[in-house]
Design a protein around this ligand. Structure first.
Ligand code: GNR
Ligand code: NI
Length: 171
């Protein structure tokens, strides 16, 4: 396994805005990417990671929502789709490894019905709610080149990017 570099808006805005391409086949090469992404996410640490955050424009996401002290619970999503969304919204204080140290509230559908391929290429359909719904929608935004700060006002977004750039400069 390998640790990958996580790209941030300090200097990789263009890459992070890329729309990722569907995956043709869940093969050993893709599983290796997912393994490396998971290791990178745990090391960060984070609860989710989309492939574009490590510079790979494929529709691939890894996630683990287990809390500290709980057993690891890795989840893998290839070519995920949202089939249905609740009218009800849920607001959550989001953060992003590509916008480090910035946190703000985003309202999204409280429940989403998902279809995706898992680690072995098996097709899954299920409802997500709570933190799972928050995280999968945040990650699926990455596949479209959208960051959580794109859901904020332009003023907040510009301030967030300026802060990340300054933090990178000053170390
Ligand atoms: O680690 C992460 N935490 C988080 C908290 C609230 C809402 C979304 C997230 S995802 C984030 C990791 C990340 O940037 N994934 O793209
Ligand atoms: Ni993110």
């Amino acid at each position: 396994m390998a640790l990958l570099e996580i790209l941030t808006v300090a200097d990789h805005t263009a890459t992070l805005k890329t729309v990722s391409a569907p995956v043709d086949a869940v093969d050993d090469g893709l599983r290796r990417l997912m393994d490396d992404m998971l290791e990178t996410m745990y090391a960060a640490p984070g609860i989710g990671l989309a492939a574009i955050q490590v510079g790979v424009a494929k529709r691939v996401i890894v996630m683990d929502l287990a809390r500290e002290g709980e057993d690891k619970a890795p989840r893998y999503f290839v070519n995920p789709e949202i089939l249905e969304s609740s009218e009800e919204l849920y607001e959550y204080e989001e953060g992003c490894l590509s916008v480090p140290e910035i946190y703000d509230a985003v309202a999204r559908p409280a429940r989403v019905r998902l279809r995706y391929l898992g680690y072995d290429g098996e097709q899954v359909e299920e409802w997500a709610e709570g933190l799972y719904a928050v995280c999968i929608q945040h990650e699926m935004d990455h596949l479209e080149g959208i960051l959580f700060i794109d859901h904020l006002s332009r003023l907040k977004r510009d301030r967030a990017i300026a802060k990340v750039k300054k933090a990178k400069r000053t170390g």
